[in-house]
Design a protein around this ligand. Structure first.
Ligand code: B16
Ligand code: MG
Length: 219
């Protein structure tokens, strides 16, 4: 068996922070005089904060000066962080800990590969920070998913070839990034949205340890 490493996206894979992003973006949209719907929030999954604000302003038809843009980015993040501050381990998505414990028990390296600049405090709040050997987040990358940069940095940190890395992702851009990196991609969420993934599951409760063992043995 060759050495293999696993890379987890954060929002939508480990925790559902999308609902807090949504509330914070909706508040800003309402302050600017327009609405922002739950289905529009789907466009924001896996997308950087800056790009989200650009899309939000497009939706509302709002032109911003650079000063306003920067201020709204800060305001949204402060509102978002107020929600994050209240998070605890009850928000970890089902059976995530089962998979993390399996990997730790087999001494498999674990990395985070997220677009979020708040990844570290979120993992700390839910008590999962110690599972992660490496954290690659929005502070570490210059190019957003679907660019493979975030996952390639994680592979490099783990000292592994991309083909020996497995990525769990809930966003299409993330699956595309994993595929472009030459990694094994596992879609967590709706199969029709994530059909480009090598494997698809609705959530981690559908992933049994036989599947995980087979992945380890095939890499
Ligand atoms: P922040 P992921 C992404 O997380 C979210 O899905 C996306 O909605 C958010 O805009 C992005 O993080 C940046 O987050 O504002 O905390 O830097 O799925 O890549 O873990
Ligand atoms: Mg995600």
């Amino acid at each position: 068996m060759q050495k293999v490493g696993f890379i987890f996206d954060l929002d939508g894979v480990i925790v559902d922070t999308a609902k807090y992003h949504y509330l914070a973006w909706k508040k800003l949209a309402n302050e600017l005089g327009f609405d922002f719907t739950d289905s529009q929030n789907e466009l924001f999954k896996g997308v950087s904060r800056k790009r989200c604000l650009e899309i939000l302003l497009d939706i509302g038809g709002v032109n911003a000066t650079q000063e306003q843009f920067d201020r709204w980015m800060v305001e949204k993040n402060e509102d978002y962080l107020a929600y994050i501050d209240k998070m605890d381990d009850s928000e970890i998505l089902p059976d995530v800990v089962k998979i993390l414990n399996f990997l730790k028990g087999n001494s498999i390296p674990i990395a985070l590969g997220s677009a979020s600049k708040n990844a570290r405090p979120i993992l700390e709040k839910v008590g999962l920070l110690d599972y992660f050997d490496y954290i690659v987040d929005g502070n570490s990358v210059t190019k957003a998913k679907p660019d493979p940069e975030v996952f390639l940095i994680a592979a490099e940190n783990m000292g592994l070839e991309p083909e020996n890395c497995v990525v769990f992702e809930d966003a299409l851009a993330g699956i595309e990034a994993a595929n472009l990196a030459g990694m094994t991609s596992i879609g967590i969420g709706e199969t029709d949205v994530l059909s480009e993934a090598d494997y698809n599951f609705n959530d981690f409760t559908e992933i049994d340890l036989n599947f995980m063992n087979n992945l380890l043995n095939s890499n």
